[in-house]
Design a protein around this ligand. Structure first.
Ligand code: HEC
Length: 148
């Protein structure tokens, strides 16, 4: 039996290496995506409120970030990622998956609409931005835990 030992050692070493080069935890990645969505939304909000000059190009860029990020978001809730890394994901995400995914789709649609009207100026953009904001709240209401 002793002759098998080196093989076992090699297998363990390989497993360790795989873990080291594995991607960061989905809980972390999805938090980062939402963080970025939040920052982009803040920029848009400042422009709508007049705290920052309205620039169509900046709006389009921020909305493109939101569209890309929400496109990746719902794939980051595999079984086993319900807890850990201070996630605020609620069990409802796994219990009502299609409803959750619909909210993500709604955000994508709302952000695309806002991106379409952004070049027409702030007057046209503001109502589309308000509509998009409602989608954030609707999903958080049922699927994100309140801050502890
Ligand atoms: C499809 C549902 C959904 C939509 C739509 C959504 N969110 Fe979230 N959001 C979540 C969930 C779930 C979390 C918690 C993720 C976690 O902790 O694992 C979260 C977390 C966040 C966070 C905290 C990030 C952190 O570090 O924990 C911010 C900020 C945020 N969302 C902003 C927004 C904004 C702004 C919008 C709209 C433009 C939006 N979200 C739309 C589900 C959604």
């Amino acid at each position: 039996m002793t002759s098998f030992r080196p093989l076992v050692v090699i297998l363990f070493a390989t497993a360790g290496l795989t873990a080291a080069i594995a991607q960061e935890a989905p809980q972390v990645t999805r938090g980062e995506l939402m963080e970025e969505i939040g920052k982009s939304t803040q920029v848009l909000g400042k422009m709508v409120k007049g705290e920052q000059a309205y620039e169509a190009e900046t709006a389009v860029e921020a909305l493109t970030t939101i569209i890309d990020d929400i496109g990746e978001f719902t794939a980051l809730f595999p079984e086993g990622s319900e807890t850990g890394h201070e996630t605020r994901a609620l069990p409802a995400i796994w219990e009502k998956k299609s409803e959750f995914e619909q909210h993500a789709q709604d955000l994508q649609d709302a952000a695309m609409k806002a991106r379409e009207v952004a070049p027409a100026g702030k007057e046209a953009f503001a109502p589309a931005f308000q509509e998009m904001g409602k989608v954030c709240g609707a999903c958080h209401e049922d699927f994100r835990a309140k801050k502890s």
